[in-house]
Design a protein. Structure first.
Length: 51
């Protein structure tokens, strides 16, 4: 019985850690999109300024 509980607990913990890591990466990507949309496109010189 204790071995089965250990396996179930390990599975739940691994699932939790997997979703935690996914949430961190998803939130980071979403935060970059919302705070800096098109940041690099806005700060490029115009074509006539390059000539």
């Amino acid at each position: 019985m204790s071995v089965a509980m250990f396996i179930v607990g390990g599975g739940i913990f691994c699932t939790y850690v997997g979703f935690l890591v996914w949430n961190i990466f998803y939130s980071s990507r979403k935060n970059k999109e919302e705070n800096y949309p098109g940041y690099y496109e806005r700060h490029q010189p115009e074509q006539d300024e390059l000539k």
